[in-house]
Design a protein around this ligand. Structure first.
Ligand code: GLA
Length: 741
């Protein structure tokens, strides 16, 4: 409770005084068409219609075909007075906020251009929409007609319906000195020290100067430790930053205030820099992978036991079933078994520090993927610029950084590997970035890893590469010959074919292309994980298993923003738990931790560290595919600690295979829970709001079907907690991840 009060008191100072002399418009004068004379203050717009700026013009009777249109706003400017005397630079300016404009605008004050966003079709480089970008322009107050009529004129181009200014009001005011200033945070490592970088950005044409004050609060207790004060100044249009060393293993929340020396205005923000909760793995062997694996009768077995601990390590089994071998140096199980059944045996791992054993069940049957797939996919990092070298570099890192010892094994190439044309015999050809798929498959298998690939039931993929349409069997055979273990089959280009079908409004028309490839995959002599990607259309979770799929994307593409994570992870998973079970998984898309970028240009995930803890905890609860979407060669210690917590991953890989449901949705609090095979329950306590909260889990025990707790384990910290004091502070967008019984 103390923590909550502290944080609330601290944030309460954040409200800023409203700026003087402001004007707000909900309607404008409007006329379709284009004429540059309309920018002038004296232009006669008496016969123009009025139009709301709170909605697009198409919904207000303006023909949807309209490309150009002009808005005009009239306002009086008071004569220059005492009140205008410059206290801060901002007093010399007028601040114009249009909100977003669909799609391109040019904005004039009394005939003078004050801002432009996007590109008109006649501009160099051609048309570029920026329909979703809020327009914030500064204009010199010298442009004002003091004591008379003033006109703000906005020329708008719409590249296709809808069009216009739509998220009004439009406002004109004197800017606060700090309106163009923001505080942002990042982390960097230098010489083994973690630093939190606090950046003061300044978009305005004057220097912003003042004092940065940083209080460090302990994340657990809320106790505020030292206070640091630094002078800082950001020049016009530039950023200024300071870097503070901190201990990445003992989390602090930084309560940061910037006070502008000119105006006395303040900016406030709280941030918890990257912090590591996962305890280091012991040096002695520890099994981290689930004790079951499914294979079809006669299919090649290919399974790498995930065991952490010092290397070298040796693997052995005294009761290995006939037909199987176990790599003594690498713990890779191979061979095949022809008969259905559960084959139970014990595997032992030994190193200089000790040994560990796991009782393991090989289930030879029709079901594969008895726990959700774990591995990597190239899309969120490299997008279409994926190459064999990049796949191999990430595969090396997967092994070298120990991720393979936690069960990450699929190395999945997404879109961008296909050649522009098929071979003469109709088989699929690879582009120059992938010289030899069979060799790549062999190389991955030698390391105990698995090989994944991507295609579409359409003629083309989403990225415009070749799809499998009319070549499904040939492609399935090629994949088999390359040693492929996973196919992501992405709808995209199939829209064109779908549109031509008479029964396109029926469920059957959605199932058909997936059924076809599913059959051909099953005809191959190896087990190929079948991953459907059609964004959840036609309730795919209800029929995915009928085409022998092992997982199905339930949503559109994820991005590394809180909005995307919230919508995909929380809102769109609410009703999906009944459809997950061993061998059949709901797939909320690849993970957005580490360095991502969907291109050659990678950057740190834009999720805050707390949001990343939320992300991984939620994916564990959802029994989601755990496919890492970043460049593994650039993994930092924080991201490794997020991905390699054996107790957290054990929830994802729990052999009961039950997906979590949301059992509490109360204000900003969400509690998701899933039953585990050992009779306990995994519980995620999430704060999806912008303010910190304190949660007493005792209030919600009945909703977990519990009267009191016998055990209570913090999974990230791997520590037993009190079973009676269940009060937890949860920061904005953060999580407490527990296992209780
Ligand atoms: C779609 C999918 C993504 C990715 C791209 C590739 O957008 O949903 O996951 O595979 O296509 O082009």
């Amino acid at each position: 409770m103390r923590f909550k009060i502290l944080a609330m008191l601290w944030l309460a100072g954040a409200a800023l005084s409203a700026s003087a002399q402001s004007k707000s418009f909900l309607v404008a004068k409007f006329k379709a068409g284009d004429d540059t004379a309309r920018k002038e203050a004296g232009y006669n717009d008496k016969d123009w219609q009025t139009l709301k700026v709170t909605d697009v013009w198409d919904r207000q009777g303006v023909p949807a075909s309209t490309d150009y249109g002009w808005y005009r706003f009239h306002f009086d400017a008071a004569p220059a007075s005492e009140a205008d005397r410059q206290k801060t630079e901002g007093d010399n300016y007028l601040y114009v906020n249009l909100g977003p404009v669909d799609d391109v605008d040019e904005t004039y004050l009394n005939g003078t251009l004050i801002g432009k966003t996007g590109r008109f079709p006649t501009d160099e480089g051609g048309y570029a929409s920026m329909w979703n970008t809020p327009r914030k322009y500064l204009a010199d107050k010298k442009l004002l007609n003091r004591g008379g009529d003033n006109v703000l004129a906005v020329r708008v181009y719409s590249g296709g319906e809808p069009g216009g200014i739509f998220r009004g009001p439009v406002t004109v005011s004197t800017p606060r000195n700090l309106d163009g200033t923001a505080l942002t945070f990042s982390e960097k490592e230098s010489k083994g020290t973690s630093k939190c970088v606090i950046t003061l950005s300044n978009e305005f044409p004057w220097t912003v100067k003042g004092v940065l004050e940083i209080k460090e609060a302990d994340l657990e207790t809320g106790k505020v430790g030292k206070t640091i004060r630094r002078n800082i100044s950001a020049r016009p249009g530039k950023n200024a930053e300071i870097a503070l060393p901190y201990n990445i293993k003992s989390p602090v929340k930084m309560l940061v205030t910037f006070t502008d020396s000119k105006s006395g205005e303040m900016l406030k923000k709280a941030y918890t820099p990257k912090y590591i909760l996962t305890p280091p793995a012991p040096a002695a062997p520890r099994f981290n992978t689930a004790p079951v694996y499914g294979v079809r009768p006669g299919s090649p077995v290919h399974f790498r036991f995930g065991v952490s601990g010092d290397r070298p390590m040796t693997f052995s089994s005294a009761d290995l079933p006939e037909g199987l071998t176990l790599g003594a140096d690498n713990g890779v199980l191979s061979g095949s078994i022809g008969d259905y059944g559960d084959y139970i045996f014990t595997v032992k791992a030994t190193n200089a520090k000790g040994s560990a054993e796991q009782t393991f069940t090989l289930k030879v049957g029709d079901a594969i993927a008895l726990t959700p797939p774990m591995g990597w996919n190239s899309w969120n990092c490299w997008g279409l610029s994926v190459s064999q070298d990049r796949v191999m570099s990430s595969a090396n890192a997967l092994v070298d950084k120990g991720l393979a010892d936690y069960g990450y094994c699929y190395m999945n190439i997404d879109d961008g590997w296909e050649a522009p044309y098929r071979n003469d015999d109709g088989t699929i050809a690879v582009n120059e970035k992938f010289p030899d798929m069979k060799a790549l498959g062999d190389w991955l298998h030698e390391r105990g890893l698995k090989f994944g690939i991507y295609s579409s039931p359409g003629d083309l993929t989403c990225g415009g590469y070749l799809g499998s349409l009319d070549h499904e069997l040939q492609d399935a055979e090629s994949y088999n010959s390359w040693g492929v273990d996973y196919l992501k089959y992405d709808w995209c280009g199939y829209w064109r074919k779908h549109a031509t079908q008479k029964d396109r409004n029926t469920l059957a028309s959605y199932i058909r292309p997936y059924m076809l490839m599913g059959e051909y995959l099953r005809q191959q002599p190896r087990d190929i994980f079948y991953s459907l990607c059609q964004y959840g259309m036609a309730d795919v979770w209800k029929w995915g298993h009928t085409v022998d799929a092992n997982s199905w994307r339930t949503t559109g593409d994820i991005e590394d923003t809180w909005q995307s994570l919230y919508s995909i992870g929380f809102e769109q998973q609410l009703d999906l738990a009944p459809y997950a079970e061993p061998g059949r998984w709901n797939d909320p898309d690849m993970m957005i931790v580490g360095k991502v970028g969907w291109s050659d240009n990678l950057r740190d995930s834009r999720l805050t560290p707390d949001e990343q803890y939320t992300h991984v905890s939620l994916w564990a609860l959802l029994a989601a595919n755990m496919l890492i979407g970043c460049d593994l060669a650039q993994l930092d210690d924080f991201t490794v600690s997020l991905l390699c917590n054996n107790e957290v991953n054990a929830v994802n890989q729990d052999i009961l295979g039950k997906q979590a449901t949301c059992v509490v949705s109360d204000g900003d609090l969400r509690i998701w829970a899933r039953p585990l095979a050992d009779g306990s329950t995994a519980v995620g306590i999430f704060n999806v709001g912008d303010d910190d909260i304190t949660v007493n889990l005792a209030d919600y025990l009945p909703r977990l079907g519990l009267k009191s707790l016998k055990t209570n384990r913090d999974l990230w910290r791997q520590k037993d907690l009190s079973t009676t004091d269940l009060v937890y502070p949860v920061s904005t967008h953060a999580v407490r991840f527990l296992k209780v019984s």
